[in-house]
Design a protein around this ligand. Structure first.
Ligand code: GLU
Length: 646
């Protein structure tokens, strides 16, 4: 573990910074990764694999931290952040800015999110003083079947074939969420908010340069044969993958965005674009892939769900916070709440943050919570989730007692019986009887393959998905995690339309019988956790991350760093993270001290060192109502405020 490989900002000194201040605005600019090896993406990267080959392309002056009284945008890409900031400067609010960021991300990071995918969005409306959740998770088409990821022998189709086939594509929700959010909360028209993205995609518009993250994703997907010929033409023209520094032009995508600008979202959900999507999904055999069943009717039936977020209070040594994040079909809200409830009585602040005592307890709590997650959780429209039981005080106490303070134990990897603590009898709306659980299915479908094979481990989530967050001068906040699942999703681009389709349905278990089995119109279980934290009833911070299962670990650790250890959010985001979900397998970022790694291994954990886990963006609301925006230095994040932000 070399110091030069530490992706955290813990050694950044004030010497690296120059202040660039205007009235009401202070942007602290830093040279990213100075003296650091690299960070590659949002998932988990084995140390060694990518390090030597990568130059820190982002060794330039992006603002990783910005302060302002006037508004804030934090996203993973500077040009997407700029699109949001321009909207704020033109009088748009936080929701308008977030929508502009999402469209821009579709162009500058077409491999991570976009109109071909879905996600989860939280909006804090200052006027209503309430948080609204807009669930835009993809749904399975009506023709989806529980065994659609099994071959004729009843064996699971290998992941590479599964994730690139038409059956993996869920009905996309991102565009619908953008439209609904702007109509419900925005001040601007969708047609205006899409304009920066059109300019980024068009050949004669704002230039977009392929960065290291996109270049490496293109190379990997071309090597895997994951991109359809249409996608290859965009990302590997003349069979040569675009490289870092090349220009990225997407004329078909620009045309699609112009159609949406001029005609609204109808063509996408019931018109000409819907027809092209359905034809592409069904006709995937054209690309030697299995076709899916999606029809124009499936697209026409899609709608977002407007809900209230989950609610969990954690009394930390530094702050009492209320964590509000998404409910099912993401597991994020319940699992983060259970992790925090398991850890709260340990009074972790009594220990050094980077001590064995803290990491060991974190790992054991993660394992307990994931054992329940993988046994019991699914889409609550279809399955009776024992989430009240999972968060019942007595149940959590009983589960916590399993933790041995010195040793890793198998017992923390076995699910409990939260139904015993759930009010009322267990019922199911699913046609299948999942009683008795099918943890084998759930964990079997999400194996940990350190070789990086395409399984649902954190290792295999090297950066897909994106999290961004915005704030405005009225106090409105948005926290939005958006995804197409794997990098480039299914790899299937809709011909003539320029966007790739998600492969979110691979988040279902491939083997039928469990709460997360495939069913028509069901939403696959997610780990996405866009979060808004309140303190004394007022908004305090936003946070979220990509990274598959490790989203939950990233968000939980940042919350603990702030509430328990009293860190400011910049330090909380930079602090090295650990990951563990099933088995003895633990991943630790490079900043976890060597001696502690030895202690963890001696206690029975099996620790591998990785360069990065997660990629969080966050905004903190200062006591004076101003904002601190933080973009994770583990990727090219950029936090920026509008100029003249008083
Ligand atoms: N599909 C994943 C989920 O919903 C997100 C993908 C990722 O972050 O890697 O949990």
């Amino acid at each position: 573990m070399g110091q030069d490989n530490n992706p955290t900002r813990s050694d950044d000194s004030a010497d690296d910074s120059t202040d660039d201040s205007t009235e009401g605005v202070t942007a602290t600019k830093r040279t990213f990764l100075q003296g650091a090896g690299v960070t590659l993406g949002a998932g988990v990267f084995p140390v060694g694999a990518g390090r030597a080959a990568v130059t820190p392309s982002n060794a330039t002056d992006y603002a990783s931290v910005a302060e302002s009284t006037g508004g804030m945008v934090s996203s993973v890409h500077p040009q997407a952040t700029e699109a949001g900031v321009e909207v704020l400067e033109d009088g748009g609010n936080a929701v308008d800015a977030a929508v502009a960021v999402q469209f821009a991300l579709n162009v500058v990071q077409p491999h991570s999110s976009g109109i071909g995918g879905g996600g989860f969005m939280l909006v804090y409306s200052a006027e209503e003083d309430e948080i609204t959740a807009i669930d835009n998770r993809e749904r399975a088409p009506i023709g989806a079947e529980p065994d659609m990821f099994l071959d004729e022998q009843g064996e699971e189709v290998p992941f590479l074939a599964r994730h690139t086939n038409g059956k993996a594509v869920g009905v996309p929700g991102t565009l619908k969420a953008a439209d609904v959010a702007v109509k419900r909360f925005g001040r601007t028209e969708l047609s205006e908010l899409i304009q920066p993205a059109i300019e980024l995609a068009a050949p004669d518009g704002r230039s977009v340069t392929v960065d290291e993250f996109l270049a490496s994703s293109i190379a990997d997907n071309v090597d895997d044969g994951a991109l359809t010929p249409t996608a290859q033409q965009v990302f590997a023209p003349y069979s040569e993958p675009l490289e870092e520094g090349d220009e990225l032009v997407q004329p078909d995508l620009a045309d699609t965005l112009r159609t949406i600008r001029d005609e609204g979202i109808a063509p996408f959900y019931k018109g000409e674009i819907a027809a092209d999507i359905a034809e592409t999904v069904q006709g995937a055999s054209r690309y030697r892939r299995t076709g899916g069943s999606m029809t124009v009717d499936d697209l026409g039936r899609y709608n977002v769900e407007i809900t209230r977020p989950t609610h969990h209070t954690y009394e930390g040594d530094a702050h009492e916070i209320t964590v509000r994040t998404m409910r099912s079909p993401t597991s994020g809200g319940y699992v983060i709440a259970q992790i925090l409830a398991l850890l709260e009585p340990f009074d972790l602040a009594q220990y050094d943050r980077r001590s064995f005592d803290v990491y060991h307890r974190l790992i054991e709590a993660f394992q307990l919570a994931f054992a329940d997650r993988n046994e019991y959780l699914g889409d609550e429209e279809f399955v009776d989730l024992p989430w009240q039981g999972m968060l019942d005080d007595e149940y959590v106490d009983e589960r916590r007692e399993i933790i041995d303070p010195e040793e890793a134990t198998d017992a923390t990897r076995e699910p409990g019986d939260p139904f015993a603590y759930q009010p009322g009898e267990q019922y199911y709306t699913s046609p299948r009887d999942v009683k008795g659980g099918t943890g084998e299915n759930a964990s079997g479908a999400h194996t940990h393959d350190a070789s990086g094979a395409h399984t649902h481990s954190a290792v295999s989530h090297p950066g897909q998905t994106t999290h961004f967050t915005t704030a405005d001068d009225e106090g409105n906040l948005v926290s939005w995690t958006s995804t197409i699942e794997q990098l480039f999703g299914s790899g299937i681009m809709v011909p003539g339309r320029g966007f790739v389709l998600n492969n979110e349905l691979t988040d279902f278990d491939s083997t039928p019988g469990g709460p997360n089995e495939v069913q028509p119109e069901k939403r696959p279980l997610s780990s996405t956790s866009p979060t808004i934290v309140t303190r004394d009833g007022d908004p305090f911070m936003t946070v979220g991350s990509p990274g598959g299962w490790s989203i939950i670990h990233t968000v939980s650790q940042i919350l603990l760093n702030v509430a328990e250890f009293g860190m400011d959010v910049e330090a909380a985001v930079a602090e090295p993270r650990v990951y563990s979900a099933t088995g003895t397998w633990v991943q630790a970022e490079d900043g976890v001290p060597d001696g502690v790694v030895e202690e963890l291994n001696a206690a029975g954990h099996d620790v591998s060192i990785v360069e990065s886990i997660g990629n969080a963006q966050s905004i903190v609301v200062r006591d004076d109502g101003g904002y601190v925006g933080v973009a994770d230095t583990r990727r090219d994040g950029s936090a920026q405020s509008p100029s003249g932000g008083e």
